[in-house]
Design a protein around this ligand. Structure first.
Ligand SMILES: *Cc1c(COP(=O)(O)O)cnc(C)c1O
Length: 467
C-alpha cells in the first residue's frame, strides 16, 4: 500500500483535530470549570517511557482529546474568574487555527507578508482604541511580562544614551546606576523584568499607595534624567489605576522615563465610561497591555508599545539600528523573539469581529457583571474590600482558613473558579470578570455556587441564603 503523502497526512490530522475541537467547544460552556479528580487521574494514561516508534497523527490527537481535554480548566466557558484573564473570542480562536495552518515565521515582511501586514493593522487599531500616539512602536510579545521587559529595555537604553553611555557597548559594569521609582503595588513581573535588565532592588524606590492601591502622587520622590518611573493601570486586586494626570507630566518634566504596566487595566482607555480612570496615561513613554486578558484573544499575546519607535529599535534590533523616519520596523526589531508566531493576527481578528462598539461593550459589560457580583456577595455577608471601579471584586468573609476553604469548596464543586488573595492584610476571594462569554446567568450561577459553598463551610453564617 502506498503511504500517504505529506498533504494527505496533514489533511487527515487537521480533520481529526477539527472534530475534537468542535466537540470541545460544544461542551465547554456547560461543563464543570475545574476538572474533577477522575479527569486529572486520566492524564496518567499519557504517561509512558519515550516511545521508540511513533504512531499516526490521528491517534495522537485522539489521545490528546480523550485524556487532555477533560483535564483542562474551562477558561473559555464564562465562569472562570481567576488571574484577570479572559476567554477567547470566536474570531480570534478561529484565526489561531488558521494561523497554525499558515505557520508563518513572522520575522520579516519578505517571509510572512500577510501575517505582518495584519499585525500592523492590529497595531494601528489598538493604538486607536487606547488613544495612544499613532506613530508608536507596537511589538506583539508573549505577554505583559515580556512587554514590560521590552518597554523597560527601551527605557534603560534611552536613559543611558542620554547620559552618554551606550549600554550595549559598555554593559552594566561601571555604568552610573539608574534609579527606578515604582509603586509598592507594582506587579511582580515588572520587578522580574527590571532584575533581568540588571537593575537591582537596591536601586528601587517604592512609593506608598492609597487604600485602593493607587500610587500616592504626594509621596513621589524627586526624579531625574536617570530615573524610570513604573506606573500601573489596573491593580490586579482592586482594579484601580495610578493617578497618571498628577504624575506623568511631572515625571517627564524632570527628565524621567515613564512606563505604564496596563496588562489588563489599560483597556479601560477604550471605553468612554472607564477612560477617566486612566486619564493622563497617554503622556507616558511606554505601555504594556495584554491581548490575552481583557481583549479575549488566545495565549500568548501581549503588546509592547513605545512612543518613540527608535528607542525600542535601538534596544531590540539585531542589526545596527537603521530605522529611518516613516519606515516600518520589522517585528524582530520590536520584540525579543527572532523567529516568532504572528500572534497579532488573532488581535486583528478579535477587533475586526467586535469593532470599536463591541470592544466598549465587552469592557462595560464585564464591569457591570463585577458590580452585580459585588452586590450579591455583600447581601450574603461578604465585605467588599475594593471600590468596584473596574472588573475586579475583592471580597472578605473572615479568617484565611475560611477564605481558603470556601475557594477550595467552590473550585471542587466545579460551578465556577476564582482564587484567593490578601488585600491590605486581609484574606479575601478575588473575582475578575474578563470573559466575553460570561452571561447574566453565569453570574447568577456563580453567586448561587458561592452561597452553597459558604453554607457548607460555615453553616451558621448570618444572612446566607443557601440557594
Ligand atoms: C497579568 C499581569 C502582568 C503579567 O502579564 P503576563 O501576560 O501574564 O505576562 C503584568 N502586570 C499586570 C498588572 C498583570 O495583571
Amino acid at each position: 500500500m502506498k503511504s500517504p503523502s505529506p498533504a494527505e497526512q496533514t489533511q487527515a490530522a487537521v480533520e481529526r483535530a477539527h472534530e475534537h475541537v468542535l466537540d470541545y467547544v460544544r461542551l465547554v460552556h456547560g461543563r464543570r470549570v475545574a476538572p474533577d479528580a477522575m479527569a486529572l487521574a486520566g492524564l496518567n494514561h499519557l504517561d509512558e517511557p519515550l516511545p521508540r516508534t511513533g504512531c499516526g497523527a490521528e491517534r495522537v490527537l485522539d489521545l490528546l482529546h480523550e485524556w487532555g481535554s477533560p483535564a483542562t480548566t474551562a477558561t473559555t466557558g464564562g465562569r472562570f474568574f481567576g488571574l484577570v484573564v479572559g476567554g477567547s473570542l470566536p474570531a480570534s480562536m478561529g484565526a489561531a487555527m488558521l494561523n497554525a495552518a499558515w505557520d508563518q515565521v513572522a520575522i520579516l515582511d519578505a517571509v510572512a507578508p500577510s501575517a505582518i501586514y495584519l499585525e500592523r493593522l492590529a497595531a494601528r487599531w489598538v493604538l486607536d482604541l487606547l488613544g495612544l500616539p499613532a506613530g508608536s512602536s507596537v511589538g506583539f510579545s508573549t505577554g505583559s511580562s515580556m512587554a514590560n521587559f521590552i518597554g523597560l529595555a527601551a527605557a534603560r537604553h534611552t536613559l543611558y544614551g542620554r547620559l552618554g553611555v551606550d549600554i550595549h557597548e559598555s554593559g552594566m559594569s561601571r555604568t552610573p546606576p539608574l534609579r527606578v521609582v515604582l509603586s509598592e503595588q507594582a506587579h511582580v513581573t515588572v520587578i522580574k523584568a527590571l532584575h533581568l535588565l540588571g537593575l537591582g532592588t537596591r536601586q528601587f524606590t517604592f512609593v506608598p499607595c492609597d487604600e485602593q492601591g493607587r500610587m500616592r502622587a504626594d509621596a513621589l520622590p524627586t526624579l531625574g534624567p536617570e530615573t524610570i518611573v513604573c506606573l500601573q493601570a489596573g491593580n490586579v486586586n482592586s482594579g484601580a489605576s495610578d493617578p497618571f494626570s498628577e504624575i506623568v507630566s511631572v515625571a517627564r518634566a524632570q527628565g524621567a522615563w515613564v512606563h505604564v504596566d496596563g496588562a489588563f487595566g489599560l483597556w479601560a482607555a477604550a471605553s468612554p465610561a472607564l477612560r477617566p480612570q486612566v486619564m493622563g496615561m497617554d503622556g507616558a513613554d511606554s505601555w504594556t497591555v495584554d491581548a490575552h486578558k481583557w481583549l479575549n484573544t488566545p495565549y500568548d499575546c501581549g503588546l509592547a508599545i513605545c512612543r518613540n519607535p527608535l528607542a525600542v529599535h535601538a534596544a531590540m534590533s539585531t542589526v545596527a539600528p537603521y530605522l529611518q523616519a516613516g519606515h516600518q520596523a520589522a517585528p524582530k526589531d520590536m520584540v525579543t523573539e527572532f523567529s516568532r508566531r504572528a500572534r497579532g493576527v488573532e488581535v486583528w481578528a478579535g477587533i475586526k469581529q467586535l469593532g470599536r462598539d463591541g470592544v466598549i461593550n465587552l469592557l462595560d459589560r464585564t464591569c457591570g457583571h463585577a458590580r452585580t457580583l459585588a452586590t450579591g456577595l455583600r447581601e450574603m455577608g461578604f465585605e467588599i474590600l475594593n471600590e468596584v471601579v473596574l472588573n475586579q471584586v475583592v471580597a472578605s468573609i473572615g479568617p484565611p482558613e475560611l477564605t481558603e476553604e470556601l475557594a477550595r469548596t467552590v473550585q471542587a464543586q466545579g460551578e465556577c473558579w476564582f482564587g484567593t488573595t490578601v488585600w491590605r492584610g486581609r484574606s479575601a476571594i478575588r473575582l475578575s470578570v474578563a470573559s466575553w462569554a460570561t452571561t447574566d446567568a453565569d453570574i447568577q450561577r456563580t453567586l448561587a455556587a458561592i452561597g452553597t459553598a459558604l453554607h457548607r463551610c460555615r453553616p451558621q453564617t448570618r444572612g446566607v441564603s443557601p440557594t
